[in-house]
Ligand binder design. Structure first.
Ligand SMILES: Nc1nc2c(ncn2[C@@H]2O[C@H](COP(=O)(O)OP(=O)(O)O)[C@@H](O)[C@H]2O)c(=O)[nH]1
Ligand SMILES: Nc1ncnc2c1ncn2[C@@H]1O[C@H](COP(=O)(O)OP(=O)(O)O)[C@@H](O)[C@H]1O
Length: 185
């Protein structure tokens, strides 16, 4: 491991497999610290407060933003999401490998505020496969899927802004590549 791990940002369109890859990676390497974001989105079945997200009200999100408590934040498909700043900085100070799973707008903000962060883009093998995964997950109604696919077109076009692209064909392969990029293995 290098002496000071860099902050790593993983972005990519909704449904590409970010959560799946990260969960796979952390099963074997729990030392990779994943930031838990605050969101105004409602929990999906099985999602736990403080584990998957901190589920907050609009008013609570307003306060987090006003008090400067977020490292970055963005509105995505009708909900707001943000990264609590203090926990990230603390983990980096401790020398732990830190991962953020955030959208394109958030990745751009991190690039501005933390110039040594590495930005990783997770791409689908094809547009058709992305649609299949997002639809197949079965967690969103059709109009929300539409909105996310619209955002996906913008996100895919921004791929050249990232330091590295990983194509999510095999979860195992991508997890291994991400660990290597983070100097964990
Ligand atoms: N900017 C920003 N984006 C976030 C944050 N947390 C999650 N996101 C992104 O918000 C988008 C929607 O997340 P979510 O509703 O969980 O849907 P999913 O990624 O399709 O499972 C995804 O692109 C996430 O990476 C955050 O703290 N900041
Ligand atoms: N490499 C892969 N091959 C096939 N299906 C995958 C792959 N990675 C993820 N998936 C599936 O795609 C869907 C979306 O994955 P998810 O991790 O929820 O995406 P994201 O977090 O990027 O929104 C899930 O049903 C997941 O099981």
């Amino acid at each position: 491991m290098s002496e000071r791990p860099r902050l790593t940002v993983l972005s990519g369109p909704s449904g590409v497999g970010k959560s799946t890859v990260v969960a796979h990676m952390r099963k074997e390497h729990p030392e990779v610290w994943l930031s838990v974001s605050a969101t105004t989105r409602k929990p999906r079945p099985g999602e736990q407060h403080g584990v998957h997200y901190f589920f907050v009200t609009d008013e609570e999100m307003d306060k987090l933003i006003a008090n400067g408590e977020l490292l970055e934040w963005a509105e995505f498909a009708g909900n707001r999401y943000g990264t609590p700043r203090a926990a990230v900085l603390e983990r980096l100070e401790n020398g732990e490998p830190v991962l953020l799973e955030i959208d394109l707008q958030g990745a751009r903000q991190v690039r501005e505020s933390m110039s040594d962060a590495q930005l990783v883009f997770l791409a689908p093998p094809s547009w058709e496969e992305l649609v299949r995964r997002l639809t197949g997950r079965g967690t969103e109604p059709p109009e929300v899927i539409e909105r996310r696919l619209e955002a996906a077109r913008t996100e895919l076009a921004a791929e050249p802004e990232f330091d590295t692209t990983l194509v999510n064909t095999s979860v195992e392969d991508v997890a291994r590549e991400l660990l290597a990029l983070m100097d964990v293995v």
